[in-house]
Design a binder for this molecule. Structure first.
Ligand code: ZN
Length: 243
């Protein structure tokens, strides 16, 4: 059967509705992808923070070790000088200095041990978490990859769809296309059916004259909502995509 411009137009609308569902799906996937990527970034940030904390504790240990070596050195120099003292008085003076360094070494030993202990504890905790971190991070990455793949597939479908649409526009009167395109940018269901003498989009009660035009399969624009109306539009499909 030869297709009329009207039936071609209806086909175009239905085609666009399936296109709309692809766009919605793409929107959902894009949002999901952004969310998972944000979560992954937060997770990595937390992980880096902990790693940095353990590193800073290690640096603290190094600093205290350095301080300890410096005290050792001072004590050693002082001891050597006391051995070379030329008088009892000089010797006692060096001896006193040497004892002071020994006392400082002794006190610093506590500080150094505490720094080591804090570092080791933190390192142990971090190591225990590390495997769980790696596993979770890889799960996140996996999810990101899966959504990215879906997104690319949808984008390809949309491009294919756009090409296919060109074949649906053929033979549809320019005036209908123009009205339809204008409506399509504003609302999701620019074409509606006639429902019990009213517009299927806004329930505007139609005049007998308009109903008669619709009976003749004419395309009429609703004066209530400016949607395009016609009689035998598949409303179930229409509402499924416009909701
Ligand atoms: Zn209306």
């Amino acid at each position: 059967m030869e297709k009329t411009p009207f039936s071609r137009f209806i086909e175009l609308i239905k085609f666009d509705q399936s296109h709309g569902s692809l766009e919605k799906e793409l929107e959902v996937v894009t949002t999901l992808l952004d969310t998972v990527q944000d979560q992954l970034a937060d997770y990595e940030h937390e992980y880096e923070k902990e790693r940095f904390f353990v590193q800073s504790l290690r640096k603290e240990v190094d600093a205290q070790e350095l301080e300890m070596r410096s005290l050792d050195e001072k004590e050693k120099v002082s001891r050597e000088r006391s051995a070379l003292a030329s008088s009892t008085r000089e010797y006692q003076s060096f001896k006193k200095e040497c004892d002071q360094f020994k006392q400082q070494q002794h006190e610093h030993e506590e500080v150094l041990l505490a720094a080591w202990s804090t570092f080791e504890q933190a390192q142990k905790l971090f190591k225990a978490k590390e495997d769980a971190y790696k596993e979770k991070r890889s799960a996140f990455q996996h999810e990101v990859d899966a959504q990215e793949e879906k997104k690319q597939a949808l984008l390809t479908s949309l491009v294919d769809h756009e090409d296919l649409r060109k074949t649906h526009i053929v033979d549809v009167p320019a005036e209908w296309l123009e009205k339809y395109n204008r409506m399509r940018n504003v609302i999701s269901n620019p074409v509606v059916a006639l429902i019990a003498g009213t517009c299927g989009g806004c329930s505007f009660t139609l005049t007998q004259q308009i109903i008669m035009a619709l009976e003749q399969n004419k395309l009429v624009q609703c004066s209530g909502c400016y949607r395009l109306m016609y009689k035998n539009f598949d409303q179930t499909q229409n509402s499924a995509h416009s909701s």
